[in-house]
Design a protein around this ligand. Structure first.
Ligand code: AMP
Length: 414
């Protein structure tokens, strides 16, 4: 990785402002899953143990951007973090009015800011509906100017900026990238470093055979990642709802399975491109079809032709066996998207079968994308994976070959 990290700089006595991804599920002030907080602890502890003070900032959920909303407050997260760290965490109830609290911090002190998205400047998106082109351009410019002011205010809380929020790195927000214009030193945290290291290896220096397992609901959501990975991998295994657009493109009847009619030509082109690139592009050879989208539906195992009135909701056992054989001989695996509607027990076998094979393969395994991560957690095999990305959208955009603004803004290694 060519970006500087906290390992490359001396933090003793420094005032660190750090963007973390504490976007955790909270209901009535109770945190449902602390994974994201845990994931930031190594960097937080590394910063504090070097004798720096720390201002933490994050977004939580999707507030309206018009000020405080109790359900999106980060206060419970600050309290939870204090317990995990075993030291006090003071809280700033307005992220842009924390100057005095930040200035009072001593080495080892931690200040958690309230949700950055309580200000619409964080995302920096102007409302332009109904405006003329000229007015829309002016509204956009005014919002970008306000975003810079917000970023400058946040930057002034410290003298070193650390970004450990990989999950938000694909966004050009005030606290994720614009802030770097106003801080002299901008470095990655340890979680960010680990994410970039694993995902970067997949694109730059993959071990072969390299297998990509791509599933999920739609071709449209995964087209760019397919096109990008096509240049790197030996084999692509397709599952999930997107498989049926490919099967239809090959002339198979697909009953009432999910399909994107407008992408049939693109699916054909993708199949042809794989053949040209010498990539083995595998589609399900059998499927679990249901008479309705319901956990209590009638089901039957069918081949590549889905009968009229039925919808395929999982890949079948022959497909699982074929995919397991490919995964078993691989040295590197990237997996994004489930093989079927794994949230419903009758349609989870395909995803779980793939999950077991990845866990047993001994390959470097990189799991990205929210649903594949939930599936891996559900399987109990998470420990066996090399890397489970904390950023669904960010990991997908990275694998698509796009530059992530939150990463681009960090200092390069000399
Ligand atoms: P994505 O966010 O694109 O990775 O899609 C994940 C979603 O795709 C999950 O909620 C799955 O239930 C859904 N999914 C997987 N397979 C199918 C299928 N065969 N038909 C409809 N939806 C599916």
């Amino acid at each position: 990785m060519n970006k500087k990290t906290i390992r490359d700089i001396d933090l003793k006595g420094k005032r660190v402002v750090m963007r973390v991804d504490f976007n955790v599920p909270i209901e009535n002030g109770v945190i449902g899953d602390e994974t994201r907080i845990q994931a930031a602890l190594p960097t937080i502890n590394a910063v504090l143990s070097q004798g720096a003070s720390l201002v933490l900032m994050s977004h939580l959920g999707r507030p309206k951007g018009k000020g405080y909303e109790a359900e999106f407050s980060l206060k419970p997260v600050g309290e939870h973090l204090a317990k995990l760290l075993g030291r006090p965490v003071t809280f700033a109830p307005d992220c842009l009015k924390a100057q005095a609290q930040a200035a009072a911090l001593k080495p080892g002190d931690v200040l958690m800011l309230e949700n950055t998205r309580f200000y619409k400047e964080e995302e920096g998106k102007a409302k332009t509906e109904g405006l003329s082109e000229a007015d829309a351009a002016a509204a956009k410019k005014a919002m970008k100017d306000k975003q810079k002011v917000m970023a400058q205010t946040l930057a002034a809380y410290g003298d070193v900026y650390v970004n450990d929020a990989f999950g938000s790195a694909h966004r050009a927000h005030a606290s994720t990238s614009v802030i770097c214009k106003f801080t002299k030193t901008n470095v990655a945290g340890l979680l960010m470093e680990k994410e970039l290291d694993y995902l970067g290896r997949a694109l730059e220096n993959p071990a072969h055979p390299f297998v990509a397992i791509i599933g999920g609901a739609k071709v449209s959501g995964k087209l760019e990642v397919l096109q990008s990975l096509m240049k790197k991998v030996d084999t692509i295994l397709i599952g999930g709802g997107m498989a049926y657009t490919f099967l239809k493109a090959q002339g198979h009847p697909i009953g009432k399975s999910l399909v994107e009619e407008n992408l049939l030509d693109v699916a054909k082109q993708t199949l042809a491109a794989a053949q040209k690139a010498g990539v083995k592009f595998m589609l399900p050879v059998d499927n679990i079809a249901a008479d309705k989208f319901d956990a209590a539906a009638k089901t039957q195992t069918v081949g590549q032709d889905i009968p009229d009135g039925w919808m395929a909701l999982d890949v079948g056992p022959k497909t699982v066996a074929a995919y397991q054989a490919e995964i078993g001989t691989s040295k590197m695996v990237v997996w994004n998207g489930p093989m079927g509607c794994f949230e419903m027990a009758p349609f989870a076998a395909g995803t779980m079968g793939v999950c077991k094979a990845v866990a047993a393969s001994g390959a470097v395994s990189i799991i990205g994308g929210g649903d594949s991560v939930s599936a891996v957690n559900q399987s109990g095999l998470a420990e066996k994976m090399s890397h489970i990305s904390t950023g669904g959208g960010a990991s997908l955009e990275f694998l698509e070959g796009k530059e992530l603004p939150g990463v681009a803004a960090l200092d390069n290694k000399n």
